[in-house]
Design a protein around this ligand. Sequence first.
Ligand SMILES: NC(=O)c1ccc[n+]([C@@H]2O[C@H](COP(=O)([O-])OP(=O)(O)OC[C@H]3O[C@@H](n4cnc5c(N)ncnc54)[C@H](OP(=O)(O)O)[C@@H]3O)[C@@H](O)[C@H]2O)c1
Length: 356
Amino acid sequence: MQTTLNLVVNRLASYHDNTMKAYQITGTEGLATLHQVTLADPTPKPGEVLVKLRACCLNYRDYMNVMGIRGVTGPIPRIPCSDGAGEIVALGDGVKEWQVGQRVVIPFMPTWLDGGFTQEHASQALGGAVDGLLRELACLPSTSLLPIPEHLSFEKAATLPCAAVTAWNALFVRGDLQPGETVLILGTGGVSIFALQFAKQAGARVLATTSSDAKAARLLELGADAVHNYKTDPAWDKWALEQTGGVGVDKVIEIGGPETLNHSIKATRFGGHISLIGVLTGTAGDVQTVGILRKGIRLDGIYVGSRAMFAEMLENMCASKMHPVIDSTFVFDQAADAFRRIESGQHFGKIVIRVG
Ligand SMILES: NC(=O)c1ccc[n+]([C@@H]2O[C@H](COP(=O)([O-])OP(=O)(O)OC[C@H]3O[C@@H](n4cnc5c(N)ncnc54)[C@H](OP(=O)(O)O)[C@@H]3O)[C@@H](O)[C@H]2O)c1
């Protein structure tokens, strides 16, 4: 007991002088209101573990929050970013299932362990309703964490909590993807690239769109069966119909929102499934509701997923040794540049910030 305690104290002492570095959003005017600050080290309460973050990862949502595009759903200042992976450095009272030194990844909504989605789960979304993980240390409920697969680095594990779990939920939980089905993915962001990788592993055919011919080549390298440039030819719904002999695709990973949804409806087969995930073109607009009902399409709102879905996905990734696609990695002090990278739209896959 004494040895464990000493180990914990020593590890903490080696990292810190009771303060940690963090970023806070202090307003809604964009990157100028993202500040690096020094905060007191958090102390784990009973049932919590203290995690030393080693990597964080950006999602478009984090960019929107920092830019004040949607506004953070909680009091300011707010620590941004939902996605992180790190190492356990201390245990709160009563925590038996973890040990100091274990490598862990943190789910997007730490209280959504399993079962149906509730408002209470949404109210705990990291980096939105509550403080996120762009900081050196964080206390999390011990029940929420998951061990990082051996084949993944902290950086790669940090890419998973939001984008990968969303793609997994869309394809396999809500979508019930079957081998041989056709999946349409839009663009080359985090969610879409994970959906491509998972769908190909599951024996599906993947049609992909992008605004860039260079990215089209990379999509093909990753296994996409056909790629269409939606900038040079915006009629990608017609293209998807042609690719499926006029029938339409089985599943769409819909990350665009109001300006893409009507195209996705046209591209989907009768009885097909659309996972409504993204807001890249806004949060409201005209929807051709008749297309949904006439074709009997299932339109499913997806909000990331539970810890149980995350665990199932990790099991699959351990078996397949799948590696996430990282676009770029930034050091902690250059976090603002990471947000500029996502703003540029030039990324392909995930943008990581190394912590510590
Ligand atoms: N509901 C959820 O649980 C959930 C979870 C994760 C993400 N999201 C949402 O899903 C969206 C994507 O998130 P992300 O983190 O994957 O974003 P991201 O990594 O920033 O990806 C953005 C990419 O989407 C493509 N894109 C942009 N506008 C497009 C358009 N009009 N049509 C087709 N593709 C377009 C672009 O790819 P190209 O450069 O190849 O054109 C762009 O690089 C965001 O709105 C995000 O908020 C929702």
